[in-house]
Design a binder for this molecule. Structure first.
Ligand code: MD3
Ligand code: FE
Length: 203
């Protein structure tokens, strides 16, 4: 099922469900090489989500701000490759949403617990903002905030469930968005936790 959030933003309900067990197994592989860590805001406050990346670039923060970097900030190792199943699924979802030939070079893994949230923000650190962002939700459901082009625009609330994918691009690429909190029952396999994978073209 497709749910349009905007002219160029769509939720693909349950698109990742058939592959979910495989996707989760690959998260566990990535985390072996690329452990989750808690980033801080440029102001120094720790984020309530834990994060890591794979791909040629990864998303990180330091006292000067957020940026894409080539090495894990704690291990100093290059990020592991994006699992082939994730890239293929992201390319297919992007195609379905009207974005041909999407080839992600980075995947951010966000791990949410019952106390995690993500404040309204825009994603604008990627070089080519014509490239879409593809997200995959796994584990517990979350209340997603779908805002406007201004931080002050009142956001709509959208539930994202295990296996849902979202693709954003074009005129919707700079929408403010966030996660209010997790909701519903703990997930049978993952427990009181949610993973979100966001696949992007950083460079
Ligand atoms: C809308 N993550 O990592 S994914 C993020 O569930 C982020 O972890 C949320 O926002 C999460 O930056 C939401 C959905 C998402 C991702 C990128 C977007 C929505 C977007 C970029 C532009 C507009
Ligand atoms: Fe975001």
């Amino acid at each position: 099922q497709r749910v349009a959030l905007g002219p160029q933003a769509v939720v693909l309900r349950q698109k990742a469900s058939p592959l979910a067990a495989e996707l989760v197994a690959r998260i566990e592989d990535v985390l072996q090489h690329s452990p989750l860590y808690q980033m801080a805001t440029p102001g120094g406050k720790p984020l309530s989500v834990r994060t890591t990346s794979c791909g040629t670039h990864g998303w990180s923060s330091d006292p000067t701000g957020y940026s894409y970097v080539r090495h894990h900030p704690l291990t100093d190792q290059a990020w592991p490759e994006i699992p082939a199943a994730w890239s293929a699924l992201a390319t297919e979802a992007a195609q379905e949403a009207g974005f041909a030939q999407f080839a992600p070079d980075t995947c951010l893994i966000n791990q949410y617990g019952l106390d995690s949230k993500m404040a309204l923000h825009q994603d604008r650190s990627e070089q080519d903002l014509r490239q879409p962002v593809v997200s995959i939700s796994l584990g517990m459901s979350a209340l997603f905030l779908w805002g406007g082009m201004q931080r002050s625009d009142k956001p709509a609330h959208v539930l994202l469930h295990h296996g849902d994918m979202v693709v954003w691009g074009g005129v919707d690429r700079l929408r403010f968005h966030g996660i209010k909190h997790l909701t519903g029952a703990p997930h049978p396999q993952l427990g009181a936790m949610r993973y979100n994978l966001t696949l992007r073209r950083a460079r």
